[in-house]
Design a binder for this molecule. Structure first.
Ligand code: PGA
Length: 255
């Protein structure tokens, strides 16, 4: 398998018709589309090569039950969902309210694994931490990693991926700055080392996310520390997204 490229559509697009149109343009091998819950059933019928991913999951391991507003891992699995984002910075710190803490995030990781869905645990430091320097940032993301995997029970055939997304490098962040690939790679290598200690070498993989575009994807994909990319804004434009995927497959003409 090549490098994995996840399209994080966030709260987009508005209609099912638009979702189908974008998904058709992104239906490629080694791609997973993280769509809003509402579009998952439709996309499950449309996608042939790309996998389906969810952007959230209930922290409960129950298949069904009295939990208003929740969607269980078993439900997601029954729609063919293979991956789920957990602990994205936009859920850790939503515009209103408290957001998700490490306890909740760890429970969601466990719930995903128990439903045979691969969690993509997102970690990344905000700018107020990064500006204190690399050591502070490293301590911050290592803590998120360890806390997110608390109580993790390995299950045959289910991996746990980690996405390193410096919050300040996310395209819509208030403190937006571009992360240099070399600086991302240093953190990627620290995370990979820690993950290998926790989960074993075979099960460990780290993805990179934060303002990935067609113009920088090849550089990030060339870094051995990263097994793939998490792409937000640029994944809403299927032409740009295909160019990103194309940079992972340099031999494939006319993607
Ligand atoms: P971005 O978002 O690619 O628009 O920076 C990435 C993400 O938040 O997952």
């Amino acid at each position: 398998m090549g490098k994995l490229i996840i399209a994080n559509w966030k709260m987009n697009p508005l209609t099912a018709e638009e979702a189908v149109r974008v998904a058709r343009g992104e239906d490629l091998p080694d791609v997973a589309i993280a769509a809003p819950f509402l579009h998952l059933a439709t996309l499950g019928r449309v996608l042939r090569r790309a996998s389906l991913a969810a952007q959230d999951i209930s922290s409960s391991e129950a298949r069904i039950g009295p939990m208003t507003g929740e969607v269980s891992g078993a439900m997601l699995a029954s729609f063919g969902v293979r991956y789920v984002l957990v602990g994205h910075s936009e859920r850790r710190r939503p515009p209103h309210g408290k957001g998700e803490d490490n306890l909740l995030i760890a429970a969601k990781v466990r719930a995903a694994v128990s439903a045979d869905i691969t969690p993509i645990l997102c970690v990344g430091e905000p700018w107020n931490v990064r500006r204190k320097g690399f050591s502070a940032a490293k301590a911050y993301v290592t803590k998120q990693l360890i806390a997110g995997l608390a109580g993790y029970r390995a299950r045959a055939g289910v991996r746990c991926l980690v996405a390193y997304e410096p919050v300040w490098a996310i395209s819509t962040s208030a403190h937006h700055r571009t992360a240099a690939p070399e600086e991302a790679a240093v953190m990627g290598s620290c995370l990979l080392e820690k993950l290998e200690m926790l989960l074993g070498r075979r099960k460990s993989a780290v993805l990179y996310g934060g303002s990935v575009s067609a113009s920088n994807a090849a550089t990030f994909l060339a870094l051995p520390e990263f097994s793939g990319l998490l792409v937000g804004g640029a994944s809403l434009d299927s032409r740009e997204f295909r160019r990103i995927v194309g940079s992972a497959l340099p031999d494939t003409a006319d993607l």
